[in-house]
Design a protein around this ligand. Sequence first.
Ligand code: ZN
Length: 149
Amino acid sequence: MDCSFVLDHLFSYQEKILSGAEIKEFEDHLHSCDNCTRIAAQFENIVTFIDKKKFEEPNPFIKGRTIQRIETELERTKKSPMLQFQKRLQPVIISFLLFMAIVIGYSIGRLIEAGYSSEIAHQNEIQSVKSNLNIKDFIDEDNIFFINH
Ligand SMILES: [Zn+2]
């Protein structure tokens, strides 16, 4: 059994949707492979981080404001031909962002493989996940919320 099994099943393992035999295979490999142990630990940190963010987010005030902002944005889009053009470009931009996310993910994988300090790799990884998901925006929004009150 090789590393690809672990890498292919990181998410399923995390979500506990593997069969008993698969869990055993997964964990057996972790015990024998430091690299996969490190990747699995980093993956778990990221998932925990995102879960924590998801948990913090349900703030009805922010939610309402976000929906309002989206509606305002949609109104503006209807009126402006330039924004109509941007809207048509959106699928292209999204594909590009997805592609970048894959490239970044792949680069991180390479960094880890290259044996960089796991601490540095971990920081980079969190940082890139944060910027990919625009989590910083939510944090800013929380801060604004607290300053206003
Ligand atoms: Zn491995």
